[in-house]
Write a protein that binds this ligand. Sequence first.
Ligand SMILES: [Zn+2]
Length: 391
Amino acid sequence: MSLVVRAESLLTPFSEIHQPQVTIDNRTITAIASRGALDEPHHADHLDFPGAMLAPAYLDIHTHGAAGHDVMDADDASFDAIGAFLAARGVGAYLPTTVTAPTDRILRSLEAIAGQIERAESNPQACAGAHPLGIHLEGPFLSHSKRGVHPPDNLCELSTDLLDRFWQAARGRIALLTMAPELPGSLEFIQAATQRGIRISLGHSNADTADALAAIAAGATSATHTFNAMRVLDHRDPGLLGVVLDDRKLYAELICDGIHVDPLLVRLFQRAKGPDHGILITDSISATGMPDGTYRLGNMNVQVANGRCMYQGSLAGSVLTMDRAVRNFAQFTQSHWSSAVRYATSNPARMMGLSHAYGELAAGRPANLVVLSQEGNILATMLDGRVIYRA
Ligand SMILES: [Zn+2]
């Protein structure tokens, strides 16, 4: 039987439809139109959300965990809990993100996370929450001087052999890799990674302008948590950050919690990246959604108080959620919801090559969507045409 979802407005997110009626058959959107412009299917079920906005389900391409669980533990219970928590914050799919750790520990985690991705793929209808789609490998190929909290003893030189060991352990499930492009051998490394279909994101880096430009020419497509763990902008020596802000085709992540980046620079970021190349991420850790206290991030114990995650005097991830990131972005930039929603949906989907399934509401696409209040709070999340969360 068809399902018809109705609301006040719909963000495709490239255009806005008033009084939308979304028809869903067998997990797929079969029609979107304003009410009255479309005949209603006979014998349809109805879901009405008066006053609400419909938007594509959010994507989070950089999260280390939530709800008391770290993705590197990667057992069934932790992924079920993380998936359910993320879905309640509007996230339909995410990239579980590793941190620098001893090589054996990373290898074990990659193997276990790959198992969780395969579990979700083999039976999506049994998935009670957001889907893990692929792995974001953050570290160990980072700069010592911009490592943030990544443990210095476990940072590695660029090595295609080590990349291959990671790739084998992950059974080819590495989708995104953060690296510092100033490390020796970066161009060969970027080519080896992109040949495997891995997207390269530049970050935790002290790269100068030439190294940053060369990495982009070699195939890097994005920048990791722009401003954070990056060489500071010098107007005579722009470096990686200058390149990220100047290059309109390079995608760039932003942690929009009001702590990692000042709202003034969020506005500058939006002007620099335009509507199509900014990506909101959470960089959330296991403490997200939990009371203040001590929480794990990989092998580190992070102190969390008043929305700040600290380890040895440095910020160590966040307790940000995607719904809040979208609300913050709309508020800081005084933008229409569609601008903020694009940063959480179509932009990460396009960067990752996932637009066939995520990031846009259109006929023929899977029914992966969120229902938002006028304040941007999550009223419901729907994946493959099923309501998996309702406030
Ligand atoms: Zn991170």
